[in-house]
Structure formats: C-alpha cells, structure tokens
Design a protein around this ligand. Structure first.
Ligand SMILES: C[S@@+](CC[C@H](N)C(=O)[O-])C[C@H]1O[C@@H](n2cnc3c(N)ncnc32)[C@H](O)[C@@H]1O
Length: 230
C-alpha cells in the first residue's frame, strides 16, 4: 500500500479482494477468449523457463486455466491452485475435471496470507492478475516465502499502471489495437501497481528484493528465496 499514489490507494480500499460471486461467470467467459488463452500459454511457457519439476502453486488461480496449461506443457509437474473465492474454485475444479486432470491438479479454497500447505513445499509459486487484489501484500509475500523451498522462485504477474508504449505496441500487433486500448483503459479503474511500486514491494518482506520484466503485456515480479548455501 505504501507505494501506491493516493487515488490508487483509495481504489484499493474499495476494490474487493475476492472476485464477487456475480463477477465469476463474467470473468470465466472472458477468460475463455483467444486473447486470454494465448496469454495463459505464454505465461506457462515463461514460468517453465524457471524450472519444470516439482510442486507448483498458482495463487488466485481464478478459473484455473494456468494450472491446466502448466500441466499440459510439463506433465511431470505436481500442480496446485488456491483462490479466496469459492465460486472461482468451483469453476477451476470444473475445468480441471473437464480436462481429465482431477487426479493430478489440485484446486482448493485458500487465501494468500494463510496458504493451506506446509513450509518449503513448493518449488515455484506463481500468480497472475491477482496481486493488485491483495489487501496485505507484505504478509502475502512472507507467506509465499514460507511455502517456497530454498532457492525457489516466486513469479507474480500483473497489469501495471504504466505499461511502456513499446510493450503495448507489440501486443497490439499480436492481439489487435482495440483489445490493447481496452486493456490500457482497464489500467485506470483497478488498483494496479506501477512497475516501480511492484519492484519495491519485496523490500518490506522476507524476500528483501525483487526484479521486474515484461512477459507479453504483464509485468512479472521475480523473487527468489535464498538458496541454503548461497
Ligand atoms: C483477476 S482474477 C485472475 C485469475 C487468474 N489468475 C487469471 O489469470 O485468470 C484474480 C483472482 O485472485 C483471487 N484473489 C484475490 N485476492 C486473493 C487472496 N487474498 N488470496 C487468494 N486469491 C485471491 C480472486 O478471487 C480472483 O479469482
């Protein structure tokens, strides 16, 4: 919160943490569009460049598409997803079932500040489009730190309020100008962080530092739990 300008702080105050029950079917519909599905593919590919074995957690998994894409791209993974919203968990569970992955992909209701898994259980923790919803980001990062193995990565992707023109132009080539203008407009009505604010978040957490880069139109905050002898 400390790194948000006053207007974004106000937006954050009123912005619901969980997607409300009525918003779930709408988000679910939007998430099935080509632009979203291509983006989940791109993100899964990006995530797997940090490691492709072990236990992966997606926090705020929403309809759960990223879980399915991760498993499809790397079927030896153990993939887990949590979401604070019970209606989203129902959607994700249905999608996982339909993909025939019920036995290998686990979805549960859960909150980022109290992740329902034991210490050092995950090799990689990811999240897409969720961090701007979190009311206590430092507590959230510390909890992600707790469940990561030594040397494990946290990769938190989100829209930022100051996406560079060059990134928007490239995305417009791939997805069409209209969609990218809509995304740009969307950045004004939700409490997204700026790239700098996102990069400063880990400073008050156990990670103590992080870096950012763009993967498609999303900015990725990259943090690593210190390797045991590093
Ligand atoms: C915009 S949706 C993104 C869903 C999905 N990751 C995607 O990329 O399609 C944000 C999700 O984060 C979830 N969420 C928000 N705050 C959360 C929290 N504190 N703990 C866990 N999930 C949370 C919401 O319920 C919602 O499903």
């Amino acid at each position: 919160m400390a790194h948000l300008p006053p207007l974004r702080r106000l937006l954050k105050f009123f912005h619901p943490e969980a997607i409300p029950k009525l918003g779930t079917p709408l988000y679910n519909l939007v998430s099935k569009t080509v632009i979203f599905q291509q983006n989940y593919d791109l993100l899964a590919h990006d995530i797997l460049s940090y490691g492709n074995q072990g236990n992966f957690l997606d926090v705020g998994t929403g309809p759960g598409w990223l879980l399915i894409k991760l498993y499809e791209q790397s079927p030896t993974l153990h993939v887990y997803g949590i979401d604070i919203s019970a209606s989203m968990v129902m959607k994700a569970t249905a999608h996982v079932e339909k993909a025939g992955l019920s036995g290998v992909v686990e979805v549960r209701e859960g909150e980022v500040c109290t992740i329902p898994y034991s210490d050092a259980f995950f090799d990689i923790v990811v999240s897409t489009g969720s961090i701007h919803h979190w009311k206590e980001p430092t507590r959230a990062l510390n909890e992600i730190y707790r469940v990561l193995k030594d040397g494990g990565y946290a990769l938190l992707y989100d829209v930022v309020s100051d996406t560079p023109r060059s990134v928007l132009k490239e995305a417009a080539r791939d997805f069409g100008r209209l969609r990218i203008v809509l995304l740009w407009m969307h950045a004004f009505e939700e409490p997204f962080y700026s790239r700098e604010a996102l990069e400063l978040l880990p400073e008050t957490s156990l990670f103590s530092k992080g870096s950012t880069r763009f993967a498609g139109v999303l900015c990725c905050l990259i943090m690593r739990k210190k390797p045991q002898n590093g």
